[in-house]
Each structure stands twice: as C-alpha cells, then as structure tokens.
Write a protein that binds this ligand. Structure first.
Ligand code: AQP
Length: 342
C-alpha cells in the first residue's frame, strides 16, 4: 500500500502562513487569509507570520517587525479568532529552523531546481540571490510538517511547493523507516481568485514586491485609492464577455471577474451572466464599490489592531507557546528517527 493510500488516523490540522514582506494585498486576502476564517471552525488551525521566509530577500530590520504585526493584524481583522486558532511568528518557534535543516538534508537539489517561484524571483541573478531563497521550499515543508499538518490552504502559486513538501515527507518516512510519521499534506486551493493577477498585466500575479502601486490593491488602501486602482486597471475596448469561453480569452477581464466573484462569494459564471454585454464604465465602479464594502471593515479593524500593538504582541507570544507545545514533541521524535544523540 502506498503512503498516499495509507492515510493513518490522525487529527486533521491546518497550517498556513503569510510573509511579512510589506504591501499585503487583495491576492493574499482572497487567495489565502479570507479562506482561513471558515476553515478554523472545521479543523484545528495554525496561522503563522513567516518572517524567516521573508528574510530570504533583503528586509529592513526596523520595518520587518512592523510588517510582522501588520500580517498578524490582517489575520485578526479578517476574522481569525486567536482563542480558537493559533496565531504566531515563525522565528519564535525554533522547531521551524531545526526541522528545516533536517529536511534540507532530505530534499534533493534537482527538486529545488525545478521550483518556478525560485526561477521567477531569482531571474537572471540566480548566482547572487541568497541560499535561503533556494532552500525556501524545505523551510516551508518544515513549517507544515513540524505540526503534522494535514491541510494547507494556499493560493495557486504555492501548489508546487506543497507538492515538494509531500515529496519531502514521503522520502523522510521512507529513508528513516518511519511509515506514516509525516502526513502527506493536502493543498486547499480556492475555486475563485486562487491566483489574483496584477491589475496592469494579466500575465503576472498580484505581488507584494511589485514596484508598481497600481498593480495591486493593498489591504491598507482607503476607499478612494481602491476606486482609482480599479478604474485604472487594464482591460480592452470590448464590452463585458457573454460566455465563459470569451472570458478565458481575455486574461485581464477574467481577473477582474474572478475578483468580483470572490468578493461577492459567487461564481465567475454568475458574474458573466449578470454583466454580459455591459461596458467597463458600469462594471468597474460596481467592482470598486463591492471591494470597498468588503475591505473597509477589514481595513478599519487592521488599523485598530495596529494602534494597539500590545494586544497583538500578547496574542503572538501566547500563540508561540501553544505552537511550540505541538511542534516540540514532533521534533523530538524526528531527531530520534534521524539518530541524533539526546
Ligand atoms: N496573487 C495571488 N493570488 C492568490 N493568492 C496569492 N497569494 C500570494 N499571492 C497571491 C497567497 O497568499 C499567501 C501568502 O503569500 P506569501 O506571503 O507567502 O507570498 P507570495 O506567495 O510570495 O506572495 P507575494 O504577495 O507575491 O509576495 P512577494 O512579492 O513578497 O513574493 C499564500 O498562500 C499565497 O499562495
């Protein structure tokens, strides 16, 4: 029986993370954070601010701590309940770094070399980027496996990293004769807005690090800025599509329809049916109004949390203790399996 089929009985547990790399945006919200909220009532949930991932590219240390609180504020403002879920900062639980080293020694160079995110981020510069950026997926595998997490809600861009985490888990279990020790975590990818695209270029995903402000909606943008960005979003000269096939052939429009569908909690089919043949002069203001209506409360709550960072800090410190209580025994057992002296 393969590992996949075996499915040992274990509690189902969610783990996911967001990097505190500034400009947390609508893609992070729709693709990940918003989806965490209902999931916390279905399974034990652990949500992490992954600052160790953030430093795989240079960060200003003074800003990193503020950005870390900003991601935590976004979690809480979106509706994550810190009494129910564990919310904490990655670098506060040493199991992530310790397990990552072990998994670095399990993962293969060839697996890492195939990661498209590394290729995209390194670009022409792959000799000069950090070793950490290359090893990022092994740290991500450690984040998940340190908790024996079974499900990982992410945007579509993380699917390949999740597959690698499964490969690492299976290879560890096989190499150390520990059948079923690490679960093979399953990605939970949303149907709508799984990959929110850049508002100025439908071939690139919306990203925190894009220098063009008009490319993304930040969760901290006010109503006027959100309206302006949607108004300036790239489209074409034709009216709104009448069929799904027509929509698929127009990536920028497809993106806006997907954003609308995710915000309205409906489907792209329903949005196409509602706006078929209409002009963008009608659709874009409706989209902007919907985005403002849905994001304004999140934005206001984020500001409140940021203004009262003692409260956030307390939640993060308590979260780290709870996270450590789960990860420490799993790490201890992992070290035993590897044969480390204790
Ligand atoms: N454009 C996106 N559409 C849908 N989901 C997205 N996610 C990221 N971008 C989109 C999801 O958000 C979660 C947190 O992402 P991350 O902080 O790990 O960073 P990332 O994937 O590298 O995203 P960015 O915004 O592009 O950051 P930078 O520019 O710093 O690399 C993940 O679940 C991710 O899938």
């Amino acid at each position: 029986m393969s590992e996949e089929q075996e499915k040992p009985k274990r509690p189902q547990r969610i783990f996911s993370g967001v990097q505190p790399t500034a400009n947390i945006h609508l893609g992070n919200y729709l693709g990940a954070i918003k989806r965490f909220v209902p999931l916390q009532y279905e399974m034990e949930s652990i949500f992490c601010v992954v600052d160790m991932h953030a430093i795989t590219v240079p960060q200003d240390p003074k800003k990193l701590v503020l950005q870390t609180r900003e991601v935590a504020a976004a979690y809480l403002a979106a509706g994550i309940d810190p009494e129910k879920s564990i919310v904490f900062v990655q670098s506060n639980v040493s199991a992530h770094a310790e397990l990552a080293w072990i998994l670095n020694c399990v993962a293969r160079m060839g697996w890492m070399e195939r990661m498209t995110q590394f290729k995209d981020k390194a670009g022409e510069n792959s000799e000069r980027v950090s070793l950490g950026l290359f090893a990022y997926p092994a740290l991500m595998a450690a984040d998940i496996l340190a908790y024996h997490a079974t499900h990982v809600p992410v945007g579509e861009d993380q699917k390949q990293h999740l597959e690698l985490a499964r490969d690492v888990a299976a290879k560890f279990n096989n190499d150390f004769k520990a059948k079923g020790f690490f679960p093979l975590p399953e990605p939970l990818i949303g149907k709508e807005a799984a990959r929110v695209m850049n508002l100025q270029d439908g071939s690139k995903k919306m990203s925190k690090s894009d220098p063009a402000e008009l490319s993304r909606i930040n969760l901290t943008d006010d109503a006027d800025t959100i309206s302006k960005k949607f108004k300036k979003a790239r489209t074409d000269q034709f009216p709104m599509p009448e069929t799904m096939d027509e929509l698929k052939a127009r990536p920028e429009v497809d993106n806006l329809v997907g954003i609308y569908a995710a915000l309205a909690e409906t489907t792209k089919e329903a949005v196409v049916a509602e706006f078929a043949g209409a002009g963008f002069g009608l659709f874009k203001p409706k989209l902007a109004d919907l985005a403002v209506e849905k994001l304004a409360p999140v934005n206001a709550k984020m500001r409140d949390y940021m203004d009262n960072h003692d409260h956030i800090d307390k939640i993060l410190r308590e979260g780290a203790e709870r996270a450590n209580a789960i990860a420490a025994p799993i790490l201890k057992k992992t070290k035993e399996l590897v044969g480390f002296f204790s």
